[in-house]
Ligand binder design. Structure first.
Ligand SMILES: *Cc1c(COP(=O)(O)O)cnc(C)c1O
Ligand code: SF4
Length: 344
């Protein structure tokens, strides 16, 4: 692979991509008419070969165009938007979409319907969102999402955070971002200085594969952690990318090494254009069963499904209780051994 020169630029068409990899330009061109491509040079530089786990997350696949029963917005986010860029589904917290830009267009994205389509995120939208939050005293926790909130420039981000911080009932702000993984150079000391003015700030980042944890990402996370920002990770379970207990184990262990606490493993949402990443719930449960007990409890996230039609997230767990022995309480440990537990 060629040395990447310009860190800030990204690859957005098949001609550029063909300079680095052997590809089927025609099918990529077809897909990106509907679902655009964007791969930052950093991420491109860590793809080892065609078809590997990182490639699948970044490079368009003709299967994105398959016609099937999957919906553009299965979670009904748009129905739960009281103003265009705010999703208020739970009593005490809301998602505030503050940017329509992403450093990379992940092929499995749950907001694929919107990503890369330049929906207007003008100041008016942001103002409306802030006004809604100000008027809803039950909201304690604001989650900045998008797109990617860290695609905003420092000044804009500073101004949004400043206004949120002024609202008394907002007790904490969370930032959901894939930047530490896909464009780690964006995490600067200047940015950390801005963020730490608004503590408590929590940041959930997004890594899906151990090969994504590079020296650059490690540095980005240490800048944030040194600024006192607790770091979490939301991983998406993806067929052919990370659907094995050993890959997940390695990922979770590497995350805690860069001071990131695994938060959730998300089962992929049934979103149109992402069907080739889908897999059975049983695969996720098997992974959870393997993680629990075999690795440090700090490395074990929760496994979540997001219910359709805005039902919200639900954690799924392997069943450790042998129901067939009821009323005796027989519990299975992580090695599969059975124990009777004195109930009551
Ligand atoms: C995921 C999500 C949240 C945050 O959920 P937590 O379980 O608190 O991390 C909030 N609002 C919406 C709409 C969400 O989808
Ligand atoms: S960075 Fe996040 S919002 Fe953007 S394409 Fe990737 S998963 Fe979707």
């Amino acid at each position: 692979m060629k040395e990447c020169k310009k860190q800030q630029d990204s690859i957005t068409n098949s001609i550029q991509l063909a300079e680095y990899f052997q590809i089927d330009q025609k099918s990529i061109d077809l897909v990106i008419q509907k679902y655009p491509m964007k791969i930052p040079h950093h991420y491109l530089s860590i793809i080892k070969k065609n078809g590997d786990s990182l490639w699948k997350q970044a490079v368009p696949d003709i299967r994105e165009l398959e016609i099937n029963q999957l919906k553009d917005d299965p979670l009904h986010e748009e129905n739960q938007s009281p103003t265009p860029n705010l999703i208020h589904r739970y009593p005490d917290r809301a998602v505030f979409l503050v940017s329509d830009q992403c450093a990379m267009y992940c092929r499995y994205c749950m907001r694929k319907r919107k990503i890369g389509h330049d929906i207007l995120f003008d100041n008016d939208f942001v103002e409306k969102g802030i006004a809604y939050i100000r008027n809803h005293k039950d909201i304690r926790d604001i989650i900045l999402s998008g797109g990617d909130p860290l695609m905003l420039d420092d000044k804009k981000l500073d101004s949004i955070l400043k206004r949120l911080k002024k609202i008394h009932h907002i007790e904490m702000i969370r930032i959901h971002t894939r930047i530490p993984c896909v464009l780690p150079q964006r995490i600067t000391h200047d940015l950390a200085e801005i963020l730490q003015k608004y503590h408590p700030i929590y940041l959930n980042t997004h890594f899906n594969h151990p090969d994504e944890i590079t020296p650059e990402s490690k540095k980005a996370c240490s800048i944030l952690a040194d600024a006192g920002i607790p770091l979490g990770c939301q991983t998406v379970l993806l067929k052919g990318v990370n659907d094995s207990p050993q890959i997940m184990q390695k990922l979770m262990q590497k995350l805690v090494q860069i001071r990131v606490k695994p938060y959730y493993i998300h089962h992929p949402d049934p979103v149109r254009g992402t069907g080739h990443f889908r897999l059975p719930i049983q695969t996720g449960l098997k992974i959870m069963e393997y993680l629990q007990g075999n690795i440090s409890g700090l490395c074990v996230p929760r496994y979540m499904i997001d219910l359709p039609k805005g039902g919200g997230k639900v954690p799924l767990q392997p069943d450790y209780i042998d129901q067939s022995k009821s009323p005796r309480l027989i519990v299975r440990n992580y090695k599969g051994e059975l124990f009777e537990y004195p109930d009551g």
